[in-house]
Design a protein around this ligand. Structure first.
Ligand SMILES: Cc1cc2nc3c(=O)[nH]c(=O)nc-3n(C[C@H](O)[C@H](O)[C@H](O)COP(=O)(O)OP(=O)(O)OC[C@H]3O[C@@H](n4cnc5c(N)ncnc54)[C@H](O)[C@@H]3O)c2cc1C
Ligand code: FES
Length: 281
């Protein structure tokens, strides 16, 4: 049982939990994730970690309520116990002094980007950070990321704050030498950034989020194609060279269960299962 010691609402449908999990907190590094279940018969959902506190024995993660399980999770309150959390899983982000690093975060994945940005900053890199969301209300951790970065930019799809879209990244690449790019967010964003940096020869590391089940390399659900080879994102990643990823295949695989996901969310909403925040219904 993993007790929630802090719950915050960062933006509409985006929640942050700090959870007592000393065994995980002792081992976690930026770039890693956990797989949790909201009840014994619930599905396993992967969530990246945003922070850990070894003294308090806690881990922090941020999630977007997009479907059945994340909505159920959002109904847990301070003091409630999450029955099952496995981790840390995946390989940690490579952290060393690269020089100038452009860090791009989109949507809810701006949150775990903060963990990586903090580590890259401590390693002595100059950081240029770009965060983006559909609309300005969904931007999170603006101040924290701005404080850690030499340059900081905001973009929104509708132009409600900062630049409209990511086209302005071209100006950043024209203006100065970038040694490395890291990107976390929707797969379309990862693809766009990788396509921009490939002709410039800038090493680009993207975090992939295919559907996962066991998170331990056994089920094959998370397979992705990288440099023409099959990789399992949970054990070989989740970070890969963006210039080698077959993004179109990943997009197709991510959408594989859309009809079932929609039905499941609707079914549980109508039957009150989501309202209960547990597995009943
Ligand atoms: C390594 C990794 C790290 C992630 N980190 C975060 C995070 O920090 N914060 C966050 O909000 N979300 C994160 N996600 C996405 C999160 O796991 C999904 O949003 C969640 O599983 C959706 O479940 P649902 O039942 O609420 O929605 P559903 O309606 O079941 O699914 C909505 C969408 O989420 C994706 N998804 C569904 N099930 C899974 C699954 N088992 N594994 C991966 N993706 C799935 C699919 O693209 C699907 O279309 C991460 C995913 C991966 C693979
Ligand atoms: S989630 Fe099963 S192999 Fe990666």
């Amino acid at each position: 049982m993993y007790k929630i010691v802090e719950k915050k609402e960062l933006a509409p449908k985006i929640k942050q939990f700090e959870v007592a999990a000393p065994d995980i907190a002792a081992k976690v590094n930026p770039g890693q994730f956990v797989i949790l279940r909201v009840c014994e018969t619930g599905e396993r959902i992967p969530i990246h970690l945003v922070d850990s506190d070894t003294e308090k024995g806690t881990i922090t993660f941020v999630f977007n309520e997009v479907g059945k399980t994340t909505n159920q999770l959002g109904l847990f309150n301070l003091g409630d116990n999450i029955p099952n959390i496995a981790g840390p899983l995946g390989n940690p982000t490579e952290v060393q002094k690269f020089g100038t690093v452009l860090c791009v975060g989109g949507g809810v994945m701006i949150a775990p980007l903060l963990f990586q940005v903090s580590a890259l900053r401590k390693a002595g890199n100059k950081l240029i950070t770009v965060i983006g969301a559909r609309i300005k209300d969904l931007l999170v951790f603006e101040k924290e990321l701005k404080d850690l970065s030499e340059e900081f930019y905001v973009a929104t799809d509708d132009g409600s704050k900062g630049y409209k879209g990511l086209g302005f990244l071209k100006d950043i690449f024209d203006k100065q030498k970038i040694d490395r790019v890291i990107a976390m967010g929707p797969v379309v964003m990862l693809k766009t950034v990788s396509e921009m940096t490939k002709p410039l020869g800038i090493k680009t590391i993207v975090t992939l989020m295919p559907i996962m089940v066991d998170g331990m390399g056994m089920c094959g659900a998370c397979r992705v194609s990288v440099a023409g080879e099959t990789k399992f994102a949970c054990v070989d990643g989740p970070e890969f060279d963006g210039h080698q990823v077959d993004f179109d295949q990943l997009i197709k695989r991510q959408r594989m269960y859309l009809p079932e996901e929609r039905l499941s969310a609707l079914f549980h909403e109508r039957l009150g299962g989501i309202k209960l925040g547990r597995c009943e219904g």
